[in-house]
Ligand binder design. Structure first.
Ligand SMILES: *[C@@H]1O[C@H](CO)[C@@H](O)[C@H](O)[C@H]1NC(C)=O
Ligand SMILES: *[C@@H]1O[C@H](CO)[C@@H](O)[C@H](O)[C@H]1NC(C)=O
Ligand SMILES: *[C@@H]1O[C@H](CO)[C@@H](O)[C@H](O)[C@H]1NC(C)=O
Ligand SMILES: *[C@@H]1O[C@H](CO)[C@@H](O)[C@H](O)[C@H]1NC(C)=O
Length: 142
């Protein structure tokens, strides 16, 4: 069964939206123009505590503050964001991953919001087809 609840999401159409399906590996796009070696990348999700889904500091991931629901399921781009690509890859997507995500960078105390986006998760791949307007080639990882 491939049903998708669209109605309660209609108010969110103004946000950049990514659509995925359960068990997919997906990438939430984010770029930064900051180049500091001390760059901290912080991905968070609205409405969960702690809200950190990925914290990348001094060239490696810090898991202490990470929400347990995302343990072993998120990763920064393979090159660790060296080219400014600080997209967050999420493995084994779950329905509960739906929601609003924020990508921020920090250098010292200077915080910069780099991206805010909405993730929708359908039960199967037909979701992508139904919502064709939101398709993004970067989503097709697996
Ligand atoms: C990076 O982008 C931000 C806003 O997007 C801008 O305020 C800042 O000047 C830019 N910094 C550099 C080094 O280009
Ligand atoms: C996560 O929590 C921090 C600190 O309270 C907040 O600034 C940030 O906006 C939250 N992230 C989201 C996506 O709500
Ligand atoms: C995450 O991976 C580590 C080793 O890579 C493992 O010890 C741990 O049990 C895993 N945690 C979860 C929640 O799967
Ligand atoms: C950024 O990294 C993600 C994950 O590795 C990749 O899917 C995406 O194509 C990259 N974006 C750019 C603009 O290189």
């Amino acid at each position: 069964m491939c049903r998708f609840r669209l109605s309660r999401r209609l108010s969110l159409v103004l946000l950049f939206r990514i659509v995925g399906y359960v068990n997919q590996t997906i990438s939430l796009p984010c770029r930064t123009n900051r180049t500091s070696e001390l760059l901290t990348v912080e991905w968070s999700k609205e409405g969960i505590t702690p809200n950190i889904t990925l914290l990348y500091r001094h060239g490696s991931e810090t898991v202490e503050e990470k929400n347990p629901a995302f343990l072993n399921r998120t990763r920064l781009t393979l090159n660790g964001g060296e080219d400014g690509n600080i997209s967050q890859t999420i493995f084994k997507l779950q329905r509960s991953d739906e929601g609003r995500y924020q990508c921020r960078t920090r250098v010292g105390k200077q915080l910069q919001v780099e991206a805010t986006l909405e993730l929708l998760v359908g039960r199967c791949w037909q979701t992508l087809w139904l919502l064709g307007g939101s398709l993004n080639p970067a989503m097709f990882h697996s």
